[in-house]
Design a protein. Structure first.
Length: 638
């Protein structure tokens, strides 16, 4: 069985959500803190307490009564084999009778034994059933279960005025099929076999929270089923220990996820109890005396043991709910856990996380976003095929989910150098909080020219707009890089007015401070062992090289005398300066030395960065995007 549809009404921060779909395999719930992720998981266990939604709308004055009950409407899918197995464990179950005249491909229902037999054969001929249920939970602890049609996802049930519908007694015969029904009976909706199956589903749902389990010891027993709170973990592991091969596999998986644990075993302690111990050393030493009790291990160890036990020993598919795995596992261990879980695809996994590492590793079929607005949580689902497309698209542009996940908006910049340096300028020069803005470098800015420009900007726009997972693009800050006015205008149009260009050829042109270059060079070990670099010799090199035409854009007739810093190839100039000053000992590295130069300028000469600081301030401040669309450039370089 697996949950296929879910809706919440009147529970905690949920007033009324949209209906969301779950799928077999991995489903991930994500969202900001206190946005309802944990509350959603509580309802998914079907064992929550009634807790009505409370806002000024639902509680208009102090002491006003809250509406009852808290409700979940859900559907779960079950295959024929599992359905017959569960019903076959009992002598009889009741199935809501179809409305008179209901037709199926080979007949119609008229209430006679003949049509009833034919109807049940038709029902039994399906391989999978989708069962809808409404569960009401009251504040006094009461609960009300009722099927929601169509029954078994196949047919409408007969309705009665007194809420006492008619049922067909349902049995499983010796051939493993639905048997002869016998006499029709009356009952309430809770008698329907759908309700029985939904209540059975509870025992197949395990929720693992981020809290430490007190599961290191328990009484000796012979129950091999792990309880929902995992309190009998030592008991079930003690039973598993007797199955040598399976217990070895269990230990292999534990060691794969947590390499520091070489072995896990169970031993008897006083009072008829059993205790789990972990071996951080080679068990071949037989030194049980230095093994570490589970109660003295980190919280993640107990979680892993319990999760793995359920996943690898359950005979029938389970629903495994894991709350914030990154809170009790190192990112590497979290990835390995996901990898192990994927080897057991018969289970349905529902993970709540805000970790891009976990989301990427899970590659979920469904990603569900919780969003809190005006004291109400909403749910929205993104199909897994879209997720994978987005992951691949991010990879294509040199970014990753961890770069952008959780941001409110993205400012795309020329490359890795700007990605490192611009946040420094924002924090130290602009003194503006970046807050929820992610500044991300574009890997292949050359693709923004020529015939590929339209495709590339469409890719960026799709990444920023197509998913609740990814935030919108705030803008694109690009190098001027010898582009003509016509070319820049074309790129502005393709970007939807969000592309803006530096007035200088590239970011490195803002770093051409002789004092700064000398200071950074002298901080590099082995740059020039015999004597330090002086500001004057750096200035002489700059003056000499800025006269060369090959440092400027093609077609330049003569070297500029005043505005040379606008059009010179700053990165190439720095490269040659580093080579000549260091005697080829040190090569200029943009992402390393540009950052060092930026930091030096911020401390000693921030005015050189004022132009970029003003641009960033305009973009990040209120109304900045509109002004960008009007001007399209900074410093008159358009």
């Amino acid at each position: 069985m697996h949950i296929s549809r879910f809706q919440i009404l009147n529970y905690k921060s949920f007033l009324e959500t949209s209906e969301i779909e779950f799928k077999p395999g991995f489903n991930v719930v994500t969202g900001k803190n206190n946005a309802g992720k944990t509350s959603l998981l509580e309802t998914l266990t079907l064992q929550f307490e009634g807790n009505p939604h409370r806002t000024v709308e639902t509680v208009p004055y102090p002491g006003a009564p809250t509406s009852n009950p808290s409700v979940v409407r859900f559907a779960f899918s079950i295959d024929k084999k599992e359905l017959l197995r569960l019903i076959g464990h009992y002598e009889q179950r009741l199935l809501s009778r179809p409305v008179s005249g209901f037709a199926w491909p080979s007949g119609s229902y008229d209430g006679s034994p003949t049509s009833t037999d034919a109807f049940l054969r038709w029902v039994s001929g399906h391989d999978e059933f989708r069962i809808g249920i409404r569960l009401d939970k009251f504040q006094n602890g009461g609960a009300r279960w009722a099927p929601e049609g169509p029954i078994f996802g196949l047919y409408p049930a007969e309705e009665t005025h007194d809420n006492r519908p008619y049922f067909l007694p349902l049995r499983v015969d010796s051939n493993g099929q639905f048997g002869a029904p016998g006499s029709i009976v009356q009952g309430d909706q809770a008698n329907d076999v759908s309700v029985f199956l939904a209540q059975t589903l509870i025992s197949q749902i395990y929720r693992f929270t981020a809290e430490r389990f007190n599961i290191g010891e328990c009484s000796f027993g012979n129950n091999a089923v792990l309880t929902a709170n995992a309190q009998n973990l030592p008991e079930v592991l003690n039973i598993l220990q007797a199955n040598t091969a399976k217990f070895q596999l269990f230990n292999d998986l534990v060691h794969e996820i947590l390499p520091q644990i070489r072995h896990v075993s169970v031993r008897a302690v006083a009072g008829g109890r059993v205790q789990v111990i972990t071996w951080p050393h080679d068990p071949e030493t037989m030194r049980e005396d230095v093994a570490v009790p589970l109660t003295q291990c980190g919280s993640g160890v107990g979680q892993i043991l319990a999760i793995l036990y359920v996943v690898m020993t359950s005979v029938h598919p389970q629903i495994i709910i894991i709350d914030e795995p990154q809170s009790f596992l190192h990112p590497g261990a979290a990835r390995k856990l996901i990898d192990v879980l994927k080897r057991y695809p018969q289970h349905q996994y529902i993970l709540a996380t805000h970790s891009p590492t976990v989301i990427t590793a899970a590659d979920p079929q469904v990603l569900i976003m919780t969003q809190l607005e005006d004291c109400k949580t909403s749910l929205s689902a993104l199909d897994g095929s879209d997720n994978r497309d987005l992951y691949y698209s991010l990879s294509d542009i040199g970014a990753s989910l961890s770069d952008v996940f959780g941001a409110d908006q993205i400012l795309w910049v020329e490359g890795a150098t700007e990605q490192e340096c611009f946040p420094l300028i924002v924090r130290e020069v602009v003194r503006h909080p970046i807050m929820g803005t992610a500044i991300i470098g574009i890997r292949e800015t050359g693709d923004l020219e020529g015939r590929d420009a339209k495709r590339v900007f469409q890719l960026y726009n799709r990444l920023s707009k197509a998913s609740v997972l990814l935030p919108p693009a705030l803008g694109f800050i690009l190098d001027e890089e010898c582009r003509s006015s016509v070319q820049k205008e074309e790129l502005r149009k393709l970007s939807g007015g969000r592309a803006v260009f530096l007035s200088r050829r590239m970011y490195e042109n803002y770093l051409l401070s002789a004092a700064g270059i000398a200071a950074v060079a002298n901080e590099i070990a082995g740059f020039r062992p015999d004597q330090p670099v002086s500001e004057e010799e750096v200035q002489r090199l700059i003056e000499a090289k800025r006269q060369r035409l090959d440092f400027y854009c093609r077609g330049t007739k003569s070297a500029p005398t005043t505005d040379w810093i606008q059009g010179i190839d700053g990165a190439r100039l720095l490269t040659e300066i580093f080579v000549e000053l260091s005697g080829s000992r040190v090569a200029f590295e943009k992402t390393k030395h540009s950052v060092s130069l930026t930091k030096w300028l911020i401390r000693n000469d921030p005015g050189r960065l004022r132009e970029i600081a003003d641009l960033l301030a305009r973009i990040l401040s209120a109304g900045g995007e509109q002004r960008l669309r009007q001007t399209g450039t900074v410093g008159g370089g358009g």
